[in-house]
Design a protein around this ligand. Sequence first.
Ligand code: HEM
Length: 440
Amino acid sequence: MTMKLIKLFLSLRIFALSFFLLASHFFYFPIVFVDANPTLDGVIQKDEYTQSKTYDNNNFELHWRVESPNFFMAIRAKTKGWVSVGFSPTVMMKDADMIIGWVESNNEVKIFDAFSTGDMGPHPPDENLGGNNDIIAFGGTESGEWTTLEFQRKLDTGDKYDKVFPSSGNIKIIVAYGSRDEFASMHRFRATDSITVEAAKVEKKYKEISAMEAKQLYDSDYTLMILDVSSAWKNGHLPGAVNIEFNQLTQNLGKFNKERPILVYCHGDAPAIFAADLLSKNGFSAVYRLLGNYGAWTREGFPVEKYKEVTKLKFQIGNEQYWLDETLKTMDTRPVILEGRTMLPIRFLAEALGARVGWEANLQQVSIYLQFIEVKLQIGNAMAVVNGKNTAIDPSNEKVKPIVVPPGRTLLPLRFVAESLQCKVDWNPAQQEVLITYAP
Ligand code: HEM
């Protein structure tokens, strides 16, 4: 559990600190994602480390990776005894900041954060000198003739018995291994060298955009999904934003249509960065993160929505006036009955619910998006598509279908659309009224 928290924290830091290459407008380029932290299990996997060197005719390997503020290293040697690395000695072994460890016959890993006080040792653990053990995590294996140790520490531990590593630059090192699982047994091999460390280039697969760019994207693309990962969604959110708190996102990924572009934000950076990263790693085609989050959007004076428990609409056949909650409104059209079904330009319903409506002229198709619901209807087609599933508009009458009436108005079957958007529909035959209730 602790390791998981450390990893979550680290990956948040990595994404917060790393830079982004994309500058193009609203075009989205996928970038190869390099997974960040090595798994410290004593097995060196391909791509876990970014740099490596070998010594002693390949009988000793050193692998390392910088993920500021952390440093990861693997030592692998052809021995059943101890393996070690030391950083920045002054003379021979003296003042080297050392890591020494081995794997016991019961597979227990022993590892020490040590310091060499003399030219030829001794190298007591930092703790014996009044310092700390600054190994954050480690793992190790002994397999066949080989011993592997992996460890993680901070580039700067703050301990005077540890050297401060640069996130980019050179470090003088000593390496050695011995034949026995014993802290004070002499080396079979030792060498002095220097290594170069450089920060791993972790690239984000999502694009960060300003509030202004987000608004343009919202205006130009009705398929855009907006995800608010905060706990404050009810108090105010971007128009049409769905709400899943960031810590619930993993188990709710199935609700999303990954083909749609998605804009994610929160009220602070960390949850939004986590969410944008998660979405982009899970095959979402285009992920955008709103820089400055909700605050940046409201500061621009862009429209926001508040959660409303219930919305009620009342339409009457032949009447251009309709009720939206307690307000009487007027349309520039009148609901009509065709094939026994009420037909209406869907805008009046959609806008009242906060849904977005798109029109694709070449397909003669209307798309309606409300929260996680997507409804697509085509002129002259008795079948609709609801969340990707073909659905009959009226199973009892295939003549009920979207139509265009002069001078080019699209009329949609009101009950089907409203019910697809999870509204309750009541028909009052005496008054010829349709009452629509939406309680999300
Ligand atoms: C375990 C107890 C250790 C003892 C008793 C010990 C002892 C010595 C002695 C006597 C020398 C000088 C002789 C020679 O060059 O071989 C030496 C050199 C050296 N030791 Fe150790 N050592 C120990 C552990 C380590 C460890 C853990 C490292 C880790 C990297 C290390 C790295 C080196 C290196 C690189 C040299 C050569 C330094 C130079 O010539 O500039 N030793 N050690």
